[in-house]
Design a protein around this ligand. Structure first.
Ligand code: HEC
Ligand code: HEC
Length: 307
């Protein structure tokens, strides 16, 4: 009798604790914020090298084709995207087309964001529009003249761009599908972790297999589960932990672009989402492809894409 009363009393105690703890639960990120962090919009759209204001653009992105400067995506109505409609925003992410019809360069990874669900795009827009507007003017890209002509991008898109939302696989678990969505549509992991052809398109047969010439000339490791050249040897559980903290199984911390992807983005995600991403990555076909040791940037001069 007394035991049951005590159990009931302690049940009440936990209930009281749970009620007190509710405000903490209310802080779980909104859907838009989760999309924002998983998609890594902050890193490219903030001029981190010069302590630029968040999302106000101006970050230099060096590529073999020239230097791109990210635009201002704060809700400032003149210099940012504050005057954009929902349809404008969806079209930019899904089709790579500006409100005035200009084609975007694929350095803006709409090639991956096109897989995003429309509800997630709209939640992301609401989140962006809740950020601080910054009146900072965009800086024009520094490109050779023959690449400044945007209508040419129509040809590029016709050859290499497959627009369309992520289609879940009915044969796979819900978790695997969540992981695939996070990696392919939001995380745009393949954009950095794959070699590109001379026209700057991801080489499909080596998707996720790493490249010696990643962003800023940095080597980007193979993240397929190949045992020798990829991450097939990582103990189970270490991958999700890495995505949250940047700590590798051998006790090192990741650097360069990946540290930014994690700090500004993935470290804010819920554990379930990180586990789902790890599950998806472990299910990829292993590809044997050796790239230079991570961290050993190869400072090659930018090559001319047309030769
Ligand atoms: C790898 C760097 C990179 C990432 C990641 C990135 N962007 Fe961009 N984004 C760019 C660049 C560069 C441009 C300019 C493209 C051009 O001029 O054709 C751009 C253009 C845009 C534009 C068009 C702005 C305008 O004034 O026309 C929007 C909107 C935008 N990005 C939103 C986002 C959102 C939202 C995310 C996250 C889901 C994101 N970007 C992630 C680099 C990036
Ligand atoms: C902006 C480019 C970029 C993006 C986007 C990116 N990575 Fe990375 N990633 C890197 C670089 C560069 C390294 C190597 C960092 C170093 O030298 O320590 C790396 C390292 C890694 C490693 C460690 C591999 C090893 O062998 O040490 C894993 C795992 C990884 N990334 C997974 C991911 C996943 C999953 C995503 C998508 C959510 C992702 N990356 C998105 C650039 C990127």
């Amino acid at each position: 009798m007394r035991g049951a009363a005590r159990r009931r009393a302690s049940g009440l105690w936990y209930l009281a604790l749970a009620l007190v703890a509710t405000p903490v639960a209310a802080q779980t990120p909104s859907r838009g914020e989760t999309v924002f962090h998983a998609a890594g919009c902050a890193a490219c759209h903030t001029d981190v090298d010069h302590d630029g204001p968040p999302l106000a653009g101006g970050r230099a992105l060096k590529t073999p084709f020239g230097t791109f400067y990210s635009p201002n995506i704060t809700p400032d109505p003149v210099h940012g995207i504050g005057a954009w409609s929902d349809a404008d925003f969806v079209r930019a992410l899904r089709d790579g087309v500006a409100p005035d019809g200009r084609q975007y360069y694929p350095v803006f990874p709409y090639t991956s964001y096109t897989r995003m669900r429309r509800e997630d795009m709209l939640a992301l827009k609401r989140y962006l529009f809740s950020r601080k507007p910054v009146a900072r003017q965009n800086r024009p890209h520094a490109l050779p003249w023959y690449l400044s002509f945007r209508p040419l991008l129509r040809v590029w898109k016709w050859l290499y761009f497959e627009p369309g939302e992520f289609q879940p696989s009915a044969e796979r678990s819900q978790r695997w599908n969540r992981g695939a969505y996070l990696v392919l549509a939001l995380g745009h992991c393949a954009e950095c972790h794959s070699p590109r052809n001379r026209f700057g398109a991801v080489e499909r047969s080596l998707r996720f297999a790493g490249t010696r010439e990643g962003p800023e000339g940095e080597a980007v490791p193979n993240i397929t589960p190949d045992k020798q050249t990829g991450i097939g040897g990582w103990p189970r559980g270490d991958l999700a932990y890495f995505l949250q903290t940047g700590a590798t199984p051998d006790g090192d911390y990741t650097g360069g672009a990946m540290a930014e992807v994690i700090d500004a983005g993935l470290s804010h995600l819920e554990n379930d989402d990180l586990q789902a991403m790890a599950e998806y990555l472990r299910s990829l076909a292993p590809i044997r492809h050796r790239v230079a040791a991570p961290g050993k940037a190869q400072d090659k001069p930018p090559r001319n894409p047309w030769d």
